[in-house]
Design a protein around this ligand. Sequence first.
Ligand code: FUL
Length: 481
Amino acid sequence: MRCLLKLSYLLIFICFIICVGKIYADTKTNSTCYSLKMVNPPEPLYPIPTPQQVKWHQQEMGMFCHFGINTFHNEEWTDGTKPAESFNPTDFNPQQWADVAKKVGMGYLIVTAKHHDGFVLYPTPHTDYGVRFSPWANGQGDVVKGVSDACKNAGIHFGFYLSPWDRHEPRYNDNNAYDEYFKSLLKELLTNYGPVFEVWFDGAGTEGHVYDWDGYYKLIKELQPDALIAICGPDIRWVGNEDGLAPETLWNVQEKDGKKVWWPAECDVPIRRGQWFYHTDGEKRLLSLNQLLKIYYYSVGRGAVLLLNVSPDRSGHLPEPDVNRLLEWRSVLEETFKTNLAEKAEWGANNIRGNNSDYAPEMCLKENDNKYWATDDNQLTGYVTLKFNKPIVFDRVVVKEQIPLGQRVEEHSIWVKNKKGQWEKVSSATTIGYKRIHCIPEQKTKEIKIQIDKSLACPTLDFIGVYNSSPRDLKISPKNK
Ligand code: FUL
């Protein structure tokens, strides 16, 4: 009996030691002692993105497909008089479009349901100018349905471009009648093709025409509350060029009609220089691998979303050379960003919000997980350090803000510790936003510092990644060498 009693004392003692040990381990990571007190998250810095906008940012890239009557005339803008009979793809294959988009990492696909020429790519009864009057599929075909089904199969989001400017429709000269026509098209597109991710309203050719924009927006928000309205619309803005390049400083918050709003930038660019539609002699315009890599780093790498146009040819396929270039581009990016060296690091920071482990720098190991490094409210600068056992070689640093709390960082920099133990600045930039990629000359070091130099409110970082780029990726040579 006494022996049994002794045994149970021993057991209780062991349990006590295990519990104390666990609490101690929980409060200590990488030798940082964290507080167990609850700490409030930072206040959002308004305006902030809607959940739909956050989801859009997370796609990072989309594919644009310009297809229509122009495809069959080697022209970018036809005037609405080309005969409907000339639209006749021989082997329309939207599944190939969507599968390629998915394979190269694009989260959505936008098809031109109607370009400026007015030719409509689905069988609407509201016009005499569209696929219904073409020989394709005996006038029974529906490009929009083919594309939306293909997107669903491929697991990417579907969107459509609908040109407000219409060079065919006689009602275009009567604002009210045209608004009615345009809304009847919108209604069909928003009800017959499943969930719509993005509606793209082109501004070209519309100068001087008065449209019922508010009526269009109302209809979209009624029928597809999650759809985002781009360019001539409140949810996504045009970056301002057709080269796929965002400026070095990119704020998602913009002043619109006297109000500050979250209005993020999309970079649209065709993969064949200057050609949105397929031209039989356009292959020589295909962007090189390096041009595509540059576009990636200057759009996604500056916090914008890239909308890359690949035009289907007259058969209804994406041309093989374009697809091969896309696959090559993708494989380089995959190689570059395959191994995040930060995963091997010991993480530290000069300030951790409330000294609470919920806001520790290690929260930057995983992206889009709603866990982030944050500082105390009064701390508008700060840094995260990454220490390695052995020197690492790297030339890319990815930094992401926790954008559901707003865009805050105005200036930041990347530092490495040199052999003498001194910090050396190797890159500096302004805004971060959804993502910033630093492409820098190759570095070898045992310690890296990511420093927030200026911020509108206490900084919140969702992710930090450190990589050594593929030998096929762009290389930056060191200054003065
Ligand atoms: C421009 C249009 O005029 C082009 O044809 C193309 O659709 C591009 C995306 O937008 O404004």
